[in-house]
Design a protein around this ligand. Structure first.
Ligand SMILES: NC(=O)c1ccc[n+]([C@@H]2O[C@H](COP(=O)([O-])OP(=O)(O)OC[C@H]3O[C@@H](n4cnc5c(N)ncnc54)[C@H](OP(=O)(O)O)[C@@H]3O)[C@@H](O)[C@H]2O)c1
Length: 287
């Protein structure tokens, strides 16, 4: 059995992809820029390859002998170059199918940078000549682990609603796509079962944990200043701010039944996530 290559294995979804692949008895190869970061993934040292998508010379060792790859990265300005570097190594190595983590908003014509970049990346992959599958999730429930330091969720989201999805669900779908035939050329747009505002999230997290979470709607400019002061890079803060403008305007409230159709069960509800992950949520209250 050839291993499944996981790029972005130390990320929110990738680490769940690795966990589910290993639980299912599949062979895995993890690519990371620093093998020490893979210590908590539950993989053997021989299953880890160091590689950097910005360094083409580092990629042949990662793709050698691989047929199927999961691909996720953050969204810096050169993310298309990173994807092109990967594809340029993957194709001659005989990689057959790439499953890429995109976003529900992906749209090559969007004025929103993140949505446009995902749209462009999807097109680059589709034109690569390899088999492809796009996974387009809504926002991750697991972002809540760091959104409310001290219990205060201070974000510029207004009353906007989002169809939050559990990263464990995204990974379950990704593993199905990676390990079963029939997903070439498919695009899975997936959300959780309910559209919830940040106020709703704070209430549900409070109920699930017995601790107090509050949502404070923050002015976008004040949010930007704070994020920069915290040391976040300007490109990343500005990408997020564009998203918050859209959230405030209620543009991300739409739901999709793509997960239930693909997996034959409903996606995880936020209340269930909050109960399962109560300890992780509470950690940010205490320190
Ligand atoms: N957050 C959300 O709510 C949300 C919603 C929808 C879609 N998305 C999309 O999800 C994607 C991010 O996925 P994620 O949150 O699971 O990942 P993540 O937590 O942002 O982790 C990023 C991963 O990318 C890898 N990486 C970064 N730079 C790299 C490089 N130069 N070479 C090789 N690997 C590199 C990192 O690996 P190492 O550090 O180990 O090298 C890490 O595992 C983004 O495209 C985002 O737009 C996010």
């Amino acid at each position: 059995m050839t291993p499944v290559l996981v790029i972005g294995a130390t990320g929110h979804v990738g680490r769940e992809v690795v966990r589910i692949l290993k639980t299912g008895g599949h062979d895995v190869r993890v690519m990371t820029r620093d093998r020490n970061g893979a210590d908590d993934l539950g993989v053997a040292p021989g299953e880890v390859v160091e590689g950097d998508l910005r360094d083409r010379a580092s990629l042949p060792a990662a793709v050698e002998g691989i047929e199927t790859a999961y691909y996720a990265t953050p969204d810096p300005e050169d993310n298309i170059v990173m994807l092109e570097n990967f594809l340029a190594s993957a194709k001659p190595a005989g990689v057959r199918h790439v499953v890429r983590l995109s976003a529900r908003s992906a749209d090559i014509n969007s004025t929103d940078d993140l949505a446009r970049r995902h749209g462009v990346a999807e097109q680059v992959l589709e034109r690569s000549g390899l088999e492809w599958t796009h996974i387009q999730p809504s926002w991750f429930m697991q972002m809540m682990f760091g959104y409310a330091p001290g219990g205060r969720m201070e974000l510029p989201g207004g009353e906007g609603r989002i169809g939050w999805i559990d990263t464990r669900d995204i990974a379950e779908l990704a593993v199905k796509v990676l390990t079963e035939p029939g997903h070439d050329g498919k695009c899975y747009s997936i959300s959780g079962p309910e559209a919830l505002s940040y106020g709703d999230l704070a209430r549900i997290m409070s109920e699930a944990t017995g601790r107090e979470f509050v949502y404070v709607d923050m002015a976008p400019e004040a949010y930007r200043e704070r994020q920069i002061a915290l040391g976040n890079e300007a490109w990343s803060v500005d990408l997020r701010l564009q998203l918050y403008v859209n959230i405030r305007a209620g543009r991300y409230g739409g739901l999709s039944d793509g997960f239930e159709k693909a997996m034959g069960r409903p996606a995880t509800a936020f209340a269930e996530f909050a109960k399962d992950c109560a300890e992780d949520l509470v950690r940010q209250l205490d320190g």
